[in-house]
Design a protein around this ligand. Structure first.
Ligand SMILES: *Cc1c(COP(=O)(O)O)cnc(C)c1O
Length: 356
């Protein structure tokens, strides 16, 4: 049997070596519980350094928890959260944001490449029924995803423009940064420049998909917006007594650019794969490849051949012999794996040609 090449998602990869060794090190010490440990203290310092200002950083174990807790902290139960229709909080979190908010309403915005624009948002905020405000859910927070669910990237200008609309409506801006590292590698920006300096108030900072075992963090740039976060985290079951096992993953991750190195591998492998796919006649790329995700359409036959050869990925929407698919590369996807996927596709392609 050929070795599995797993392109289903970036959370199929294991744990990056330095994160694993930090976990092992944390396993060999005893420390005070609930975040009063050296790793959690160090994490706070590392975060202040990479963000070039004082922030509040809170580790949690999943991205859904990070998003739901972050949004709940700034939204009343009758609040509206503005987000893209394809966003993870809408499509992939089982209504956790609404649950943690204690009600809440996601208001969905459209836009190409899984991004909505500032104009889009402004129009939505301005166009409502003439009834008094008390009849509507109260606008509470705006959420964008970076990189988006399609692997595309909001430019700093786009984020700043959205944030201006937020400011003029007195709304905080949340960023779901499950793949922020991948966006940063592609844009070569500093994390401060594409978050708080562009007007982001609260960040869900991912690490699991980029090499951690299970660690994400909620980052508040404005301490006043963090008001009751700690109570919500505890009540939601996300204050770990051995919090050091989350923090000890995030410390080496964020220190010394490790997160950037890991995401660089994912992105480079995706670009190589996309370049190769671009040369295959029967394959169409469905979105510009800007990070580590590739959306494509290919013949169903080719999909079946790849899967038979132990190449794993998601595919859907079979129609007229064609199927859509998503390839996601990871921090440990190798050049050899990319080459093998491409060679399977190339030989399938030339076999079909010779038959015709
Ligand atoms: C993966 C992902 C998350 C987090 O998902 P969990 O499974 O809850 O860790 C959040 N947002 C986006 C955009 C994601 O892709």
């Amino acid at each position: 049997m050929e070795k599995v090449i797993n392109l289903a998602s970036d959370n199929t990869a294991g744990v990056a070596p330095k994160i694993l060794s930090s976990l092992t090190e944390a396993a060999n010490i005893s420390s005070m519980p609930y975040g009063e440990d050296p790793y959690t203290e160090k994490l706070q310092l590392v975060a202040n350094e990479i963000f070039e200002r004082e922030v509040l950083i809170y580790p949690v174990a999943t991205g859904s928890a990070a998003n739901a807790l972050a949004l709940a902290t700034v939204s009343p139960p009758y609040g509206q959260v503005f987000c893209h229709a394809q966003s993870h909080i809408e499509e992939d979190e089982c209504a956790a944001p609404e649950f943690y908010i204690g009600g809440g309403k996601l208001s969905l915005l459209e836009g190409e490449n899984a991004k909505f624009s500032a104009t889009n948002l402004r129009e939505r905020l301005e166009n409502h029924s003439p009834a008094p405000a008390v009849h509507r859910a109260k606008p509470a927070v705006v959420s964008i995803t970076q990189a988006t669910e399609l692997g595309t990237i909001y430019t700093v200008d786009e984020i700043s423009a959205i944030s201006e609309v937020c400011r003029s409506n007195n709304l905080p801006l949340h960023m779901d940064g499950a793949r922020l590292a991948n966006a940063i590698v592609s844009t070569d920006l500093k994390i401060a420049d594409c978050t708080w300096r562009a007007g982001v108030d609260i960040l869900s900072l991912g690490a699991t998909k980029n090499g951690a075992f299970a660690a994400e963090a909620v980052v508040f740039f404005d301490a006043s917006k963090a008001a009751d976060f700690e109570f919500r985290r505890k009540r939601g079951g996300h204050l770990f007594s051995k919090l050091r096992f989350l923090s000890s993953q995030l410390v080496p991750y964020l220190e010394k650019n490790y997160w950037i190195d890991l995401a660089e591998n994912s992105n480079c492998r995706a670009f190589e794969l996309a370049e190769g796919l671009g040369k295959i006649k029967s394959v169409t790329l469905l979105a510009e490849v800007q990070t580590n995700m590739i959306f494509l359409q290919m013949p169903t036959k080719l999909n079946n051949i790849l899967k038979k050869k132990n190449c794993l990925f998601y595919s859907w929407g079979e129609k007229d012999g064609m199927i859509c698919a998503r390839f996601v590369t990871s921090f440990n996807t190798t050049k050899q794996e990319v080459a093998r996927v491409l060679s399977i596709i190339q030989s399938a392609e030339s076999a079909t040609k010779s038959k015709n």
